[in-house]
Design a binder for this molecule. Structure first.
Ligand code: RIB
Length: 303
């Protein structure tokens, strides 16, 4: 099996349940406070590792208590953390999450996630990346470093997966460095100008992203499952697996971790999407981010 290399964010998630979102100037009584390991990059790395892939992490945390705790968690999952820097003078990334009725809203403090430079990540990739490894990155690290990482990974022959979350425009010529883009509805609208709400708009969005140069396009649609157009233009739809929703935090990351682990194992895109749907259904049935991500045994077979 090839390995998964993740360049991404590591955050301490401070999460609290509320009956609804507060209005401006309002203070609401919440409950169920939880501090737990998160960050889209680290969550995706944990998901791929728990599903059985060898994973190497490229990331930065602050030289502080949160940073140490986050690295310990990744190491306990068997993830290679030799290239996770603990930086002086910056704080570890923090996400403040408000959970309401199974949905969440997040405010991020990037901290050390924005202190990993384009030169450093390119050099790390040249050292650890091997042809046919799977490279995964998202939108929570420094934008220039993320763009440089995708270019470096592509030029080294890694299979690149980009999750533009949070979404922001990228240079036009970057799209040909992206073998698979996986994004939700709002991210899709920002990246290509089409809000995917039904079959027709999903197809239009996926075609637009492929015309820009992306290989395969996977659009996640929450409880409506996922939609994809692969590198040959084949269209696939996978329903969401049934779940009792407790907390959606980390569900999308679990799905992406499964796409990466599935690719590393040699599964087809559709098989990986089904595996991801089953894994994400377990994640939403539990509270928190990394602590809710299941192992391969808990998910069961990918068929
Ligand atoms: O995707 C969920 C993640 O987004 C949380 O763990 C939080 O850290 C934010 O990065």
């Amino acid at each position: 099996m090839s390995k998964v290399v993740v360049f991404g964010s590591m955050n301490m998630d401070l999460s609290i349940a509320a009956p609804r979102m507060p209005e401006a100037g309002e203070t609401l009584q919440g409950s169920g406070f939880l501090a737990n390991a998160g960050g889209k990059g680290a969550n995706q790395a944990i998901a791929a590792a728990r599903l059985g892939a060898p994973v190497h992490m490229l990331a930065a945390v602050g030289a502080d208590v949160f940073g140490r705790e986050l690295v310990d968690g990744l190491e306990r999952a068997g993830i290679g953390c030799e290239d996770v820097r603990a930086l002086e003078g910056v704080t570890t990334g923090v996400a403040v999450i408000v959970r309401t009725a199974g949905e969440n809203r997040i405010v991020l403090s990037a901290g050390a996630n924005h202190a990993f430079s384009a030169d450093d990540v390119s050099a790390d990739l040249r050292r650890v990346g091997e042809k046919n490894d799977v490279f995964v990155t998202q939108g929570e690290c420094d934008p220039d470093a993320t763009i440089a990482a995708l270019r470096a990974a592509h030029s080294l022959g890694l299979f690149t997966i980009f999750n533009p979350a949070p979404a922001r425009a990228v240079p036009d010529d970057l799209w040909t460095c992206i073998d698979l883009v996986c994004l939700n509805e709002t991210e899709c609208q920002i990246m290509c100008g089409v809000l995917p709400v039904d079959e027709k708009t999903c197809l239009r969005a996926a075609r637009r992203l492929r015309d820009l140069g992306a290989g395969s396009v996977v659009i996640t649609l929450g409880s409506s499952g996922s939609f994809a157009v692969d590198e040959n233009g084949a269209v696939m739809r996978v329903p969401a697996a049934r779940a009792e929703v407790v907390d959606t935090t980390g569900a999308g990351d679990t799905f992406i971790g499964a796409l990466a682990a599935g690719r590393a194992k040699g599964l087809s895109l559709e098989e990986s999407m089904r595996w991801g749907a089953a894994a994400a259904a377990v994640t939403v049935s539990r509270l928190g981010a990394q602590q809710s991500i299941p192992t391969a045994e808990e998910v069961g077979p990918w068929q």
